[in-house]
Design a protein. Structure first.
Length: 321
């Protein structure tokens, strides 16, 4: 019954879908992702990071296999094991570094540092597949480094200081660049849903192992209403609903236009952090965020000929999602 409803929804959105509605859905998707930094930070007060991510990965796998079995099960063969391990391990590294870093970093700061994956990705492609980055990629890299430098400046001082959480978040952005590069490559050889399912499954097993070894086990604090509500937001909102809206939006507007809209995720995050958590921004942090955002925009805007959009299902957005 649920699968039939999704098939009917897919048929409806494939016909005469308004581009402006697609853009609005992508904006809602970015807002959900932006809010996930705050919610994850609050949920981790009760649920340790790796347990939280294990539960998210498990829930995502169950929902995917329930809704899209025909797109997943036939592709689960020996051929997908190595690609699945590659994307799963890099995704685990991404999420582990970000969630641990988020325990000591303000959500807005984490969002902007994570967004630098857009700048790193062309250089990862160059390293792995020898596709040289363009001049605009080089300029974006320099601007992003300048932005990180401003973020690292201590208020009222000329000395630079990045905390352990900052370094973990930058490491997360670099790992995510590797993850997206390999995911993009393997999604051309396998069903995107199947490779994403295997990625979540591999990451979930690694999170479970890490949680059993290094974190305390489940307790009654996990069942507090606020914690349960926060987890449902992360799973149903920032993971499932946001992914559906992203896929619909990408199917109906050009990728370069979609990328610019989705980059507002970091703006939503810092706005929510200032409003709800009282995060205070110094002028150096504000300047750094502005430079990083400019670098991200330079990295995602395509300068080549425009191609018509086509339906796709991809894993994108920030690592926190």
């Amino acid at each position: 019954m649920l699968r039939a409803g999704f098939r009917k929804l897919h048929t409806m959105i494939s016909m005469n879908f308004p581009p402006n509605l697609a853009r609005f859905m992508l904006l809602c998707c970015a807002a959900l992702w932006g809010g996930s930094y705050l919610v994850a930070k609050s949920v981790m007060v009760a649920i340790p990071p790796q347990w939280m991510m294990f539960l998210r990965m498990t829930g995502a796998c169950l929902f995917m296999i329930l809704l899209f079995p025909r797109h997943i099960l036939p592709h689960l063969s020996r051929r997908i094991i190595l690609p699945g391990l590659v994307v799963g391990i890099t995704y685990y590294g991404t999420m582990a570094m970000q969630t641990v870093g988020l325990k000591t970093v303000d959500p807005g700061r984490s969002a902007f540092l994570t967004a630098s994956y857009c700048v790193f990705t062309p250089f990862v492609v160059w390293l792995l597949f020898h596709h040289r980055p363009s001049l605009i990629n080089l300029m974006a890299c320099v601007i992003c480094l300048a932005g990180v430098g401003f973020v690292a400046l201590k208020p009222g001082s000329s000395s630079l200081s990045l905390s352990r959480g900052d370094w973990l978040t930058l490491g997360c952005a670099l790992a995510y660049a590797f993850n997206l590069t390999m995911l993009s490559r393997y999604s051309r050889r396998f069903s995107p849903l199947s490779i994403t399912f295997v990625q979540f499954a591999v990451a979930g097993v690694l999170f479970l192992g890490g949680a059993l070894v290094s974190e305390p086990g489940p307790n009654t604090s996990w069942l507090r209403p606020g914690v349960v509500a926060g987890f449902l937001y992360l799973f149903l909102g920032a993971t499932f609903l946001a992914q559906v809206m992203q896929n619909i939006g990408l199917a109906h507007i050009a990728p370069e236009s979609a990328s610019v809209v989705m980059c507002t995720e970091s703006l939503f995050s810092v706005a929510f952090s200032v409003i709800f958590l009282g995060e205070r921004l110094s002028w150096t942090s504000f300047a750094g965020f502005a430079l990083i955002f400019a670098a991200v925009l330079m990295s995602v805007i395509k300068t080549g000929p425009r191609r018509p959009p086509r339906p796709v299902i991809v894993q994108t957005g920030s690592a926190a999602n």
